[in-house]
Write a protein that binds this ligand. Structure first.
Ligand code: GDP
Ligand code: ZN
Length: 317
């Protein structure tokens, strides 16, 4: 925990230094549209797309980063990363926090009729987005596989009242696909979700000219160490962009437990002001508005369980 907080602090310091640097220079600016190892491709504000070398000690660079560029001897060098609006992060198989993409306006959490949705993972994605001030919405893909049951996983019932957009889609039948395209218009989005829900298929549908591999990759592969495919920012035909990080599409979202978890659960955040203690953890404190609401099921049991589980993990972590 202490180590993680320190590294966050260090990152902020690096960013502040870079910002001070970039504010004073006359460098060209641009957007990172592709990133793999030491290779970074930047779309300059003037329009050219150039490959850049990275100066050392710049810290993390990800797709969606705004950067300033130096030119020297016909070489482009990435000089600084400008201040980020947000940084979406994941936790890798070894428990290390890794960046996914920066300056995102929307996280699209992709669920499907099959494989069956995991609500705990969904809540972690939503919390992670909430903590970074990123809008989130939920797709329920493979709507063509729907049977006569109405909302069997409770996604619409639980999440619509919380003001999350829930959209059934089917790449196969075309249901909801126009709304899906509209949802992405003029925003910078990342598609997330476990393997097999249809993220590659949705991405290929959005970007018909691009080569997007659609396959049933195993979860082990998705988190694999040896994934080397570049992360890329694609401009969408109707405006907006999609950042695709193929190796980590099924990423485990990073939940920052150094800040109060309840603020990332919309319904809990709203009730927390009515608890007797301002630092109430909503677990077993007296006069807790949240436990009262949970007992009366005014908070969905699965949501409250997700909250308690994350709280337990934060305590023991
Ligand atoms: P990813 O692992 O999330 O990227 O999922 P893929 O796009 O590779 O899709 C996994 C499997 O689901 C493939 O066999 C796709 O053909 C299939 N699939 C994707 N979208 C749909 C859909 O809307 N309906 C149905 N029935 N199958 C789909
Ligand atoms: Zn409380």
């Amino acid at each position: 925990m202490a180590r993680r907080r320190l590294s966050q602090q260090q990152k902020r310091r690096i960013q502040a230094a870079q910002q001070a640097h970039s504010a004073s220079d006359e460098h060209a600016r641009g957007l990172v549209v592709s990133h793999q190892g030491k290779q970074v491709v930047v779309e300059l504000d003037q329009g050219d797309t150039v490959e850049c070398k990275i100066k050392s000690n710049l810290g993390t660079i990800v797709c969606g980063d705004r950067v300033s560029i130096e030119t020297a001897a016909s070489e482009y060098r990435l000089a600084a990363v400008l201040e980020r609006d947000n940084l979406l992060q994941r936790v890798d198989g070894f428990g290390h926090v890794r960046p996914v993409a920066a300056n995102i306006s929307q996280l699209v959490v992709c669920l499907a009729w099959s494989p069956e949705p995991n609500l705990f993972l969904l809540d972690q994605y939503l919390l992670s987005a909430e903590q970074q001030d990123i809008d989130a919405c939920i797709l329920i893909n493979k709507a063509d596989l729907a049977d006569e049951r109405r909302d069997p996983f409770g996604i619409e019932r639980i999440y619509r009242p919380l003001d999350y957009r829930v959209l059934p889609t089917s790449v196969k039948s075309g249901e909801g696909m126009r709304e899906f395209a509209d949802l992405l218009r003029d925003r910078v989005s990342v598609l997330s979700g476990v393997s097999g829900v249809g993220k590659s298929s949705l991405t290929a549908w959005l970007l018909p000219g691009e080569e997007i591999k659609v396959a049933n990759i195993s979860a082990a592969n998705e988190e694999g160490r040896h994934t080397t495919r570049a992360s890329r920012l694609y401009h969408l035909p109707n405006g907006g962009a999609l950042i695709d990080t193929p190796g980590v599409r099924g990423f485990s979202p990073f939940v920052d437990d150094s800040v109060a978890l309840d603020s990332g659960f919309r319904e809990i955040r709203e009730l927390a002001a009515q608890c007797r203690f301002h630092n109430c953890l909503h677990r077993d404190e007296p006069d807790c508005a949240v436990t009262a609401a949970a007992a009366a099921e005014r908070i969905a049991p699965s949501r409250y369980q997700s909250y308690l589980k994350l709280l337990g993990q934060a305590k023991s972590g």
